[in-house]
Write a protein that binds this ligand. Structure first.
Ligand code: NAD
Ligand code: ZN
Ligand code: ZN
Length: 342
């Protein structure tokens, strides 16, 4: 039997186990990929801890920012061929036929399959992709740096679009981690003026390196929202919350200018209070935003391929995955970690 190496979640309370698992073979519409790199998203940590209401079935292989080379294709595959460079994604596949899929909202498909969650992901030497949904990596790009675009990039790009802001508007990015530092770059590339908020000065320095104009440390000012309102002359037009902390959410809503919109992207398993009176009288919009469609992915990759987006990342090895998760829990990662699976 052919095998591959992978990091497996076998329990929601124990470290991941690195071991050999059977090499899958591609079914209809699927391709087998030799993974070269995979970004590590905070969602992988939520998955490994079983943080959310619908938990993955154990055991499973996390990872949804994988990039690699197609080595085998299944029946009926027309969009990919052996040798192509492709990725996996959170939106691994969808039904293609429900009201959401029919209206280009496949990210809301109730029957979607999620990479590294309901199907094994990219924390291994090999992975399966659905040829109809797998992102095709543009020719000539840096294949290590492109990993973080496949979840962090597309998610913040879509979330930014959903703020309904215009070029020249102020945009708040809350949480300057893997998603947030890339969000600063997309926001700048889309002509927004960026305010960054985090609880760690090193993260705020990273935000400035990526183009933030104003920074606020939420842990060291008494009223972060009031500070943002003052420094932007009345509040931000839009906000994108990527922080993994429930306190960041009402702060972002409180930083909005009248008529403003906040896109919620971070997924701490908590609730936050929403002030009804201000939301109504100021005409605020609070909305969730989940990854991006195939079209959003193509657009997000195009920004990257044109040299407009430069993720900060560090290469590490699959064997270090438990240390990486410890660092992520402690907030000790600058930018993204990318696993080198070559
Ligand atoms: P990360 O760990 O790299 O970054 C989180 C950041 O939040 C860190 O910089 C941390 O310092 C900051 N933070 C913590 N508390 C804060 C506070 N009170 N105020 C401001 N900032 C604070 O995580 P990531 O990989 O960027 O993921 C972020 C979140 O987004 C996770 O919950 C993840 O599951 C979620 N996510 C959602 C989608 C989606 O489609 N909606 C996609 C990918 C990830
Ligand atoms: Zn992710
Ligand atoms: Zn569907």
């Amino acid at each position: 039997m052919n095998t591959m190496k992978a990091a497996l979640v076998q329990s929601f309370t124990e470290p991941l186990v690195i071991g050999d698992v059977p090499l899958p073979s591609p079914g209809p519409f699927q391709a087998l990929v030799r993974v070269r790199y995979s970004g590590v998203c905070h969602t992988d940590l939520h998955a490994a801890h079983g943080d959310w209401p619908v938990r993955p079935t154990l055991p499973f292989v996390p990872g949804h920012e994988g990039v690699g080379t197609v080595i085998e294709i299944g029946d009926q595959v027309t969009r990919l061929k052996v040798g192509d460079t492709v990725g996996n994604a959170w939106l691994w596949s969808a039904c293609g036929d429900c009201e959401y899929c029919q209206t280009s909202w496949e990210t809301l498909c109730p029957d979607q399959v999620n990479g590294g969650y309901s199907v094994d992901g990219s924390f291994g030497t090999h992975m399966l992709v659905d040829s109809r949904y797998a992102p095709i990596i543009p020719a000539g790009v840096d294949v290590a740096a492109v990993g973080p675009i496949l979840c962090a990039g597309v998610t913040v790009y879509k979330g930014l679009k959903m703020t309904d802001t215009q070029p020249g508007d102020w945009l708040l990015i809350s949480g300057i981690g893997g998603l947030g530092h890339i969000a600063v770059e997309y926001a700048r590339a889309m002509g927004r003026r960026v305010v960054a908020i985090d609880i760690d000065d090193a993260k705020l320095d990273l935000a400035v390196q990526h183009g933030a104009e104003v920074t606020v440390n939420a842990a060291s000012v008494e009223d972060p929202a009031a500070e943002i309102i003052e420094r932007t002359g009345g509040g931000v037009h839009g906000a994108l919350v990527t922080a993994v902390n429930a306190h960041a959410f009402p702060q972002a809503v409180g930083s909005l200018r009248r008529g403003g919109t906040v896109s919620l992207v971070g997924l701490p398993p908590e609730k936050f209070p929403l002030d009804i009176f201000t939301t109504v009288l100021f005409g605020l919009t609070v909305r969730g935003s989940i990854v991006g469609t195939r079209r959003d992915m193509t657009e997000a990759l195009d920004f990257f391929a044109r040299g407009l987006i430069h993720p900060t990342y560090k290469l590490r090895h699959l064997d270090e995955i438990n240390d990486i998760f410890t660092d992520m829990s402690a907030g000790d990662i600058s930018g993204r970690i990318v696993l080198d699976l070559n």
